[in-house]
Design a binder for this molecule. Structure first.
Ligand code: 13P
Ligand code: SF4
Length: 361
């Protein structure tokens, strides 16, 4: 184990302090793993109190992080909103870099730390601020909606942000406000195609893809249906359209989690990153999880060890040029200020009748 975390022992005090977490994760963590994880969990929780820090843990974190040290857990937007509401001085982002940037954009006065600077995202890496400036020159007068999975510099060039949970609503509202029939939606090609199926607004998009979700296919879903005919199949909107059209429900990570904890299906499949099902399973003991999944290598760079080191050494601090941060904040804020969706956000199979495809730049 790197740095100063090697010496922690599984003492009776650690066992007592972490008993609640163990009760939750015991079905998903072996006792041997727990003897290594519990001392770190106890020490991270102690350091958080000492430093007035909170850990924001995305749904794709492993259960030891998600259930053990996450003060706020959820999808990328939910985490940023919680960050803004918290009065902690320090935020440790247990997620990827664009999420830490969004937290910094919404909380300029807090110190935001990311435990590993290499925790990137294929979508955020697919487009630069220069690309967006060129796109705006090519399509003057059209609003630019940008997915939150982008850098702060890209958000700063954007009229309004969206998440996978509200993309249709944001596109329709922005088209109404601007009085246009075409909207630029960047950078996820598949999210754009999935939005285009659900709205008469014409979508112009980019060739960004999530390296985790682009790998799922309709054939995968057909195989699952054959093997598990009674399973309810859920998928993230970053998947190809052929996947979304074959599943029972599609929504953000938070929407999928809600679906399982509220509806309590007997058997479920989550077409997304692997840790998602592990985390939801800890809260849904009555549901059986079938687990075809893909790992996100960026999310998996975050560990208990480097969260501990981040807190101990105040590293790695995420900073954003204040001029960029102000413009990025305006784009995120415009999204937050939009009226809440009339129906729970999901890929709406009834609305998905628009067979007009996106125009890819
Ligand atoms: P959510 O906003 O749904 O949490 O998605 C973030 C992400 O990175 C999905 O791949
Ligand atoms: Fe990015 Fe995909 Fe990983 Fe999410 S799962 S952080 S979109 S690469």
């Amino acid at each position: 184990m790197a740095d100063g975390s090697a010496g922690f022992a599984f003492t009776p005090a650690v066992e007592t302090a972490t008993a609640g977490v163990w009760d939750k994760v015991r079905g998903h963590v072996t006792p041997l793993e727990w003897r290594l994880q519990a001392p770190l969990i106890a020490e991270i929780n102690r350091l958080k109190r000492e430093k007035n820090a909170v850990v924001l843990a995305h749904n794709y974190m492993t259960p030891d992080i998600f259930h053990g040290v996450g003060d706020f857990v959820g999808d990328s937007l939910g985490l940023a909103r919680e960050a803004a509401r918290s009065d902690a001085a320090v935020i440790v982002q247990a997620g990827v870099h664009f999420m830490a940037e969004t937290s910094k954009v919404l909380c300029p006065d807090k110190r935001v730390l990311i435990p590993d600077l290499r925790a990137g995202c294929s979508l955020a890496a697919s487009i630069t601020a220069d690309d967006v400036r060129l796109i705006k020159q090519r399509y003057p007068g059209l609003p630019v909606v940008t997915y939150v999975n982008t850098t702060a510099a890209v958000k700063a060039e954007t009229d309004v942000c969206c998440t996978s949970a509200n993309a249709v609503q944001v596109v329709e509202e922005v088209a109404r406000q601007w009085g246009v029939e075409r909207v630029i939606l960047l950078p996820d090609e598949f999210l754009a195609r999935n939005v285009a199926r659900q709205t008469p607004i014409r979508i112009i998009s980019w060739h960004g893809r999530c390296e985790v979700h682009e790998r799922f296919t309709a054939a995968d879903i057909a195989e699952l249906r054959e093997a598990w005919p009674d399973a309810e199949i859920l998928a993230h909107p970053e998947c190809p359209t052929e996947v979304l059209e074959a599943v029972d429900f599609a929504g953000s990570t938070a929407a999928m989690s809600d679906y399982v904890t509220k509806r309590k299906p007997r058997r479920v499949v989550m077409i997304t990153e692997c840790s998602m099902a592990d985390n939801v399973a800890c809260d849904a003991p009555e549901t059986e999880f079938v687990r075809p999944c893909n790992l996100c290598p960026h999310m998996k760079r975050i560990s208990l060890e480097n969260i501990y080191e981040a807190l101990l050494h105040d590293r790695y601090e995420v900073t954003i040029d204040p001029a960029v941060a102000v413009r990025a904040r305006a784009a995120v804020q415009r999204m937050i200020d939009l009226p809440p969706p009339a129906v729970p956000a999901r890929y709406d199979l009834v609305r998905a009748r628009h067979h007009v495809d996106v125009e890819l730049i």
